[in-house]
Every structure is written in structure tokens, then in C-alpha cells.
Design a protein around this ligand. Structure first.
Ligand SMILES: [Zn+2]
Ligand SMILES: [Zn+2]
Length: 312
């Protein structure tokens, strides 16, 4: 009987063991799945972090570019010296600042590498285009992001004002309190009759975009045009120069550009047209305009093209 009992116990143990095997297997599977889940979660968190940091850095690229445009235009008007190649020059400065900023991200374990491919004028003359390739990863990570991107840099952000280099480069105009006083320099530069209409003319040095985007509305009421002239706003123009060509002191360019009014100080029936790219153009490319009285203190000389464009 004892033998039978012992045999029974032995059999029970084997059965129990056999029953335990699937339970153990199941546990192993569950543990493996759990650790895989944890790994995927860690990877997701890591890739999310790299993604966010890359986006942050791309915003930094925009800020760096705005800052550079502010500094470079200020430097050019201060030194009164044109750039030989504004695109390459800006690209070099922006790349240097980006490299510096990348080091700071490296200290936070995010490795970013940006190559600025190109700085160019854009279809919107109040924006400059930047092309770059950015790659990013983290230390000891197999996650890598690579992006080839194109961004537009606004040149009218009041936090980073951009200066118009043309009046200074073209005729050496003096700057005081963000204003250009042409004194007699502009009148001397203009060769046509009634050039004295621009003696002591003043204009702004900061490029501000005219808020009246439907240009023909300038003529709708006196307040609109007075406000535009008083603020020295800039407008889109096919004949005007783009910012990058202004930095090179060119007289014409193939890009979509900008133009602003220059207010005359003396009244004639006819005088050179009160548009910056006309007055600051090569001497044989300046042309006249007829007098338009805005109010008792303000007059403009405009050719038919500009008169129609602004509804005056
Ligand atoms: Zn305007
Ligand atoms: Zn241009």
C-alpha cells in the first residue's frame, strides 16, 4: 500500500509539473512582451524628444537669420560699404551662428547638424528664403532625423528691424535717429531739371511694409496716403530692388523688389519722380513726374505708372 501511495504522490508531482509548464511559458511571454513594450515606449519618448528639439532648433534658425539681417544691414549702413556677394556673406554668418547654437544643444545630449545650402530672394520681397539640411539625433540613440527644408524669413519683424542700405550706399546719405537726411546730396545726385525739389528731403531707414496692401486704395482718402508717406512705408515693386541686391548697391535686379516714396521739399509743376528706385537709379534712368498735391504741406511727383498703381 505504501508503494502505491508513493507512486501516487510521484504521479501527482509529474502532473503538477506538466501543468506548470504552460503557466511558466505564459509568464515568460508576458514578461518579454512587457519589456518590449517598455522598450518601444522608451524609443517613442526618445524620438519624440529629438523631433521636438529639432523643431525648436528650426525656429532658432529663423531667429538667427532675422538677427543676422538686422546686424548685417546695420553694419553696411554704418560702414557705408556694399557687400560683393550678399547671399554668400549672409550664408556664412548665419552658418557660423548656427554652429555656435548647435553646441548648446549638444550639451543637452541632442546632436544637431545643419548645413545652410542657400540664401536667396523670394517671391515675396518682404521675405528672404533660406534653404538648409538638418540632421539630428541623441547620444547613444539609433534614432536619426534628416530634413531638407526651406523657410521664409520676414524682414519686417519690429524686433529685428532691417535697414535699407540703398540711400547710404548710393549717395552716402547721413543717418540720424533712424532717419535719413539727404541734405543736398540727393539733389546733387539727380541730374535732371528741378533736382532741388529734393534738397533736405528725409526718409526712414527701416524697411516697414505698407499695411494698405491694395495699393490703389492709397488714393481713396487723404488719410491713407498721408499715413503711408508719414511712416515711409515700402511696397512691392517689379522695378524696385530686392533687399539682397540693395546690399550690393545695384541699380536694377531681376528679383521681385520693393519701393518707397521720397518726399520732395520744394514745389514745381514737374520734377523727378518721388520713388526711391527712380531717384537712386543710374543718372540716365531717372525720369520726371507731375505734381500731385496731397495737402498744404505735402506734394509728390509721379509718372502715370505710379499714379495708377497707387490710385492717386
Ligand atoms: Zn503705402
Ligand atoms: Zn535682387
Amino acid at each position: 500500500m505504501k508503494i502505491i501511495k508513493e507512486e501516487k504522490g510521484y504521479i501527482t508531482s509529474i502532473i503538477l509539473l506538466i501543468l506548470l509548464i504552460p503557466v511558466l511559458l505564459l509568464m515568460i511571454i508576458i514578461i518579454e512582451e512587457y519589456s518590449e513594450d517598455t522598450n518601444t515606449t522608451i524609443q517613442n519618448i526618445e524620438s519624440e524628444k529629438i523631433k521636438t528639439k529639432t523643431e525648436d532648433f528650426e525656429n532658432e534658425i529663423i531667429t538667427i537669420s532675422k538677427e543676422t539681417l538686422h546686424n548685417v544691414t546695420l553694419d553696411v549702413i554704418t560702414r557705408k560699404k556694399a557687400l560683393t556677394n550678399s547671399r554668400t556673406y549672409l550664408k556664412k554668418i548665419i552658418q557660423e551662428k548656427i554652429n555656435e547654437k548647435q553646441k548648446k544643444y549638444g550639451a543637452e545630449n541632442i546632436i544637431i547638424n545643419t548645413e545652410v545650402k542657400q540664401i536667396e530672394s523670394s517671391n515675396d520681397p518682404f521675405k528672404i528664403e533660406i534653404n538648409y539640411i538638418i540632421t539630428s539625433t541623441a547620444n547613444n540613440s539609433n534614432i536619426k532625423i534628416r530634413k531638407e527644408n526651406k523657410k521664409l524669413i520676414d524682414i519686417t519683424d519690429t524686433k529685428y528691424p532691417v535697414y535699407d542700405p540703398l540711400p547710404t550706399l548710393k549717395i552716402g546719405a547721413t543717418i540720424k535717429n533712424n532717419q535719413i537726411n539727404f541734405q543736398d546730396k540727393l539733389a546733387e545726385y539727380i541730374e535732371s531739371e528741378n533736382n532741388t525739389a529734393y534738397t533736405n528731403a528725409k526718409t526712414s531707414i527701416i524697411i516697414k511694409k505698407c499695411p494698405y496692401s491694395d495699393y490703389i486704395q492709397h488714393g481713396n482718402n487723404n488719410q491713407t496716403i498721408t499715413n503711408c508717406l508719414h511712416n515711409h512705408y515700402y511696397h512691392n515693386s517689379h522695378d524696385g530692388l530686392c533687399l539682397l541686391c540693395r546690399l550690393e548697391n545695384k541699380t536694377s535686379c531681376n528679383h521681385y523688389g520693393i519701393e518707397t516714396f521720397i518726399l520732395p521739399t520744394l514745389e514745381y509743376d514737374k520734377a523727378p519722380a518721388s520713388i526711391d528706385h527712380v531717384l537712386l537709379n543710374d543718372k540716365n534712368n531717372q525720369y520726371d513726374g507731375n505734381k500731385i498735391k496731397i495737402n498744404n504741406k505735402t506734394i509728390l511727383y509721379l509718372d502715370n505708372g505710379h499714379k495708377t498703381k497707387y490710385g492717386l
